[in-house]
Design a protein around this ligand. Structure first.
Ligand SMILES: C[S@@+](CC[C@H](N)C(=O)[O-])C[C@H]1O[C@@H](n2cnc3c(N)ncnc32)[C@H](O)[C@@H]1O
Length: 225
């Protein structure tokens, strides 16, 4: 009985940390995420049609270790990151001092259902492993749509429902989506569903057990009314 209780507590703690990293454990969780999600960053960037001079927003950047990979994709990019974890904002600022000093990266604390940006600001918005934590997904999509330029694209990368359900911590506050769910949500929020790209990730061994996941990058475009 106690073993089960402590195991549940462990998974609950991990789920809470993944949602909003905090304290000393938050740093450890963030570097584990870097290992576990590096492949998904490359995969998502490969789907993005990035052009020189684009203005790009990442929602939920963790410790911000992957911004450099984005800068390598084109010239004169203006990148903004927003995350609601104090710890992650601080870590991302420390990890990206040069880009911030050069004026090409802004790190902002805030949440994706209340974006502190003007209408029609970004060519691209993307988020990786973040939509699981949106309790009212529509509110986040409405805000993202507002800050996207007409014709701008939102890239949402998540692990598939089947993969999510195999992870023991995801029963504590994670929402999963199918491609059909996302198509409907997009339709309801002025976003045109373009396509979903499915990928099988290489195996990882977070606790000595091999885990293989499938992920989906769903691409939507703000309609030009
Ligand atoms: C599971 S981590 C993913 C980090 C990184 N994208 C990756 O895939 O490794 C989720 C991140 O999104 C942030 N986050 C979650 N919900 C958010 C929201 N509604 N607005 C802003 N940031 C959010 C968390 O603080 C955390 O840094």
């Amino acid at each position: 009985m106690f073993k089960k209780f402590f195991e549940q507590l462990r998974w609950k703690t991990l789920a809470r940390q993944l949602r909003r990293p905090k304290g000393a454990l938050g740093h450890k969780v963030a570097s584990k995420m870097n290992e576990a999600n590096e492949f998904l960053y490359y995969f998502t960037l490969d789907q993005m049609e990035i052009q020189n001079g684009h203005s790009i927003l990442e929602i939920g950047f963790g410790n911000g270790k992957f911004f450099d990979k984005l800068f390598n994709r084109a010239q004169q990019l203006q990148i903004t990151g927003i995350d609601f974890s104090d710890l992650m904002v601080k870590a991302a600022i420390e990890n990206n001092e040069t880009s911030i000093a050069a004026g090409k990266l802004s790190i902002v604390k805030g949440q994706s259902d209340q974006l502190p940006f003007a209408d029609n600001s970004f060519d691209i918005v993307f988020c990786i492993n973040v939509a699981y934590f949106w309790d009212e997904t529509g509110k986040h999509l409405q805000e993202i749509c507002r800050v996207l330029k007409p014709g701008g694209k939102l890239y949402t990368t998540i692990r598939t429902r089947e993969s999510i359900e195999k992870m023991p911590f995801t029963k504590y506050g994670f929402r999963s989506y199918t491609e059909e769910d996302w198509k409907l949500l997009a339709h309801q929020h002025n976003l045109l569903y373009k396509k979903g790209v499915l990928v099988s990730e290489p195996a990882i061994e977070p606790e000595g057990n091999e885990v293989r996941s499938q992920s989906l990058c769903m691409i939507t475009e703000k309609k030009s009314i």
